[in-house]
Design a protein around this ligand. Structure first.
Ligand SMILES: C[S@@+](CC[C@H](N)C(=O)[O-])C[C@H]1O[C@@H](n2cnc3c(N)ncnc32)[C@H](O)[C@@H]1O
Length: 245
């Protein structure tokens, strides 16, 4: 097993996906391309198989369009400008309609106009013929959100910061207000901020203590009124929560 597979099966195994996640939970994993010896690597292959054995269906695959590629010499390839988002589940959950529709309220298709061509070649009628365009729609499978630009704050940093809008997009699409989300690779705490902005609760995990400090400081600066509590050495999260109630 490669180190990467060990990391992923460790983080996504047992108590995380196995028991803590609600059966309707949706798992969204962002992965970028890696090249080695002049080829891009399907490094996720064995891990996908492992997920499938655990009952996690390869339900969706999305493209994160990060905006225009950066200038530079990309070793003979076009400038990278996208990453992938793998969507797993055991049970499907209808995404929330969170994207405003252009022309909301207008009636654009009359009952007799042709619609989209069907599998058998026939042009069927519009399903929503005669009805006004809805206010919000389900997000696209291409997510167009500009990559993080600039620093996250004076004196705090992380090498791979995402834009807050990216996790917020998925949180708002796949959870409701009382749901609890989980981010196993918290880094600088982008998903924690996204969850706060979306009005959701989130648990987050980060391996490197220095990035935990960055995430806490970043969160504190953005939400100075939110109380940050520290556990005693050796105190479990459960005990900490009980001690607060
Ligand atoms: C790609 S970064 C995530 C960055 C984050 N999206 C942000 O905007 O700051 C991945 C993070 O996962 C952490 N990490 C690596 N292995 C981990 C593990 N086994 N458990 C928890 N965190 C881990 C790394 O220290 C790193 O900060």
């Amino acid at each position: 097993m490669s180190d990467w597979d060990k990391l992923m099966t460790g983080v996504f195994g047992g108590s995380t996906l196995g028991s803590a996640l609600h059966k309707s939970g949706q798992v969204l994993v962002n992965l970028g391309l890696i090249h080695h010896k002049n080829e891009w690597l399907p490094y996720w292959k064995d891990w996908l198989e492992w997920m499938s054995i655990g009952g996690w269906r390869r339900f969706g695959l999305y493209v994160w369009d990060q905006g225009p590629g950066m200038p530079g010499d990309w070793a003979g390839r076009f400038a990278p400008a996208f990453e992938l988002i793998f969507h797993f589940n055991k049970q499907k959950r209808k995404p929330n309609k969170i994207v405003p529709c252009e022309g909301a309220g207008e009636v654009s298709h009359d009952r007799n106009a042709g619609g989209i061509r069907q599998v058998d070649g026939d042009v069927g009628g519009w399903t929503h013929a005669g009805q006004p365009i809805q206010d919000f729609k389900i997000p696209d499978s291409v997510i167009r959100i500009m990559r993080q630009k600039g620093s996250i704050g004076d004196g705090i940093d992380h090498p791979a910061v995402f834009p807050v809008a990216l996790p917020q997009h998925f949180i708002e699409a796949f959870t409701d207000e009382d749901d609890i989300c989980y981010e196993p690779f918290s880094g600088s705490g982008t998903s924690l901020i996204a969850a706060e902005q979306a009005g959701r609760k989130m648990y987050a995990m980060e391996l490197a203590p220095e990035y935990c400090d960055v995430a806490l400081e970043r969160f504190r600066r953005k939400y100075p009124d939110v109380e940050i509590i520290h556990s005693q050495s050796g105190q479990s999260l459960d005990d900490l929560i009980k001690s607060r109630n």
